[in-house]
Design a protein around this ligand. Sequence first.
Ligand code: IMP
Ligand code: MG
Length: 175
Amino acid sequence: MKHFDVMISEQEIDNKVEEVAAKISSDFEGESVVVIGVLTGAFIFTADLVRSLTVPVETVDFVQVSSYEGDKSTGKLVFKKDISTDIEGKNVLIVEDIIDTGRTLKQLKQMFLERNPKSIKICTAFDKPSRRVTDLVPDYNCFTIPDKFIVGYGLDYDGKYRDYKDVRIVRTDDE
Ligand code: IMP
Ligand code: MG
């Protein structure tokens, strides 16, 4: 049987998102940002974050990517859905649900850098640094978590549980 143990409450998430949004707003003072959420997991975090930013949000766009399954170690990233925004000369804020190995964001950042933005920053709701196989470090992170599989606040297990307002660790009986 699977258990879902609450790890982070809705209130804790709300508070932390406010705090991170305030930090971003102060770092970007006098500038505007293009916010790009990574589908599907980041849809809730993106919605919360943009409403808490106090700097002008030029636009909100979404990208969806997948890596070729053939060779996991080199897994080349491809767009399932590209953004429709021209980011040349813009301050880009990529919003992700969780960074695990870091492969996804490492490649995505590189792909966006080729479009000559003014700057690119990465903001993630959750970070699992112990799982990293790349040198990717997020510029903004709400919660550093241990090597556990979590769901809720946009994150899924087999497409499910994205709607949970809190974050829960998925655990099987023998764990
Ligand atoms: P990576 O950083 O390229 O390894 O991939 C990160 C992606 O893996 C995230 O965007 C999620 O889709 C997925 N992922 C990693 N850890 C979890 C988890 O604990 N729960 C749900 N999805 C996860
Ligand atoms: Mg994802």
